[in-house]
Design a binder for this molecule. Structure first.
Ligand code: NI
Length: 297
């Protein structure tokens, strides 16, 4: 099967993605890749509003249009309503010993803050990179220990995936994550509530997905992100793919030129104003038509 062979190939790539040359003694656990699983991220309490295919990058696509929920009670976010040109750039599945430092250089040169949803076993292998993230103002966030679908695990499995990763991030940089992203966006309202209540983390999905894990093409990544970004967007990308990291300087420069301001996910959530959803939304800045791409990360 083409799908199976692609998935198997991805396992090999992901296992190699975060390794450093000198730390091979760490016991390895199989990482489940971003493969061809078709999974639409659910958005907790907002799942009753299906996302229209042509408006994936809009707040409406994130499910906010029909039933705005007050910020304080929300357990998950795919995008935010903001009163300004704010967006959050997020990078998953690292850190990568080779690629993440290059990305951090590009961010630093432009004074841009991002959020890193990290896999615990990669954190264990690259603690210096995690420390650098914090030193340079980025947000460190939890993306499980080895990337399983949390919805398929029992409470003990979820606890190990989340607690071990937050502990490892804290050990690396002294900061405990307050946001997490479930692998594949696989979650539900019950799991979201437990993650909020028991682990003190908001669940963060995304509203712009360039499918960079699937299409390893920097031009495509660039076009997808720059055309779909809107105020309040949470943009998904992966700092374990060379094509993604290669696209980022242009992505950043174009979005900066359009007037966007980059904030961390927690900063974006703090700006969320659900009452804006009740108004007829006026675009607060010019933007191109959203790109139509399936959400299956
Ligand atoms: Ni991931």
């Amino acid at each position: 099967m083409k799908i199976l062979s692609t998935a198997a190939f991805s396992v090999v790539l992901l296992l190699a993605a975060c390794r450093t040359a000198q730390t091979q003694s760490q016991p390895q656990v199989i990482v489940v890749p971003h493969d061809e699983m078709t999974r639409t991220p659910s958005v907790g309490e907002a799942t009753s509003a299906p996302a229209p295919a042509q408006a994936q990058s809009s707040p409406e696509a994130a499910g906010y249009s029909s039933a705005p929920v007050h910020s304080s009670g929300k357990t998950s976010y795919s995008a935010c309503y903001v009163d300004g040109p704010y967006i959050a750039m997020t990078f998953d599945d690292g850190p990568s010993a080779e690629l993440t430092p290059k990305l951090l250089d590009a961010l630093k040169q432009r004074g841009i803050k991002a959020t890193f949803f990290m896999v615990g076993q990669c954190v264990a292998q690259n603690p210096d990179i995690v420390r650098r993230m914090v030193d340079e103002g980025h947000e460190v966030a939890n993306h499980s220990w080895n990337h399983p679908a949390l919805t398929k695990l029992g409470p003990d499995g979820v606890k190990r995936q989340l607690s071990d990763t937050s502990d490892m991030i804290f050990r690396a940089c002294g900061v405990r994550p307050v946001v997490m992203r479930p692998p594949y966006g696989a979650t539900n309202a019950t799991l979201n509530k437990r993650i909020n209540d028991e682990y003190g983390m908001k669940v963060v999905l995304w509203s712009v997905d360039p499918l960079d894990w699937k299409y390893r093409n920097a031009d495509r990544v660039y076009n997808s992100i720059t055309q779909a970004a809107q105020p309040g967007s949470i943009i998904l990308a992966h700092d374990i793919h060379a094509s993604t990291v290669a696209a980022m300087p242009r992505v950043f420069d174009t979005l900066l030129a359009k007037g966007y301001k980059f904030v961390t996910v927690s900063e974006l959530i703090a700006m969320n104003r659900p009452e804006l959803a009740t108004k007829k939304q006026e675009p607060s800045m010019p933007s191109s038509a959203p790109v139509s791409t399936p959400v299956n990360n």
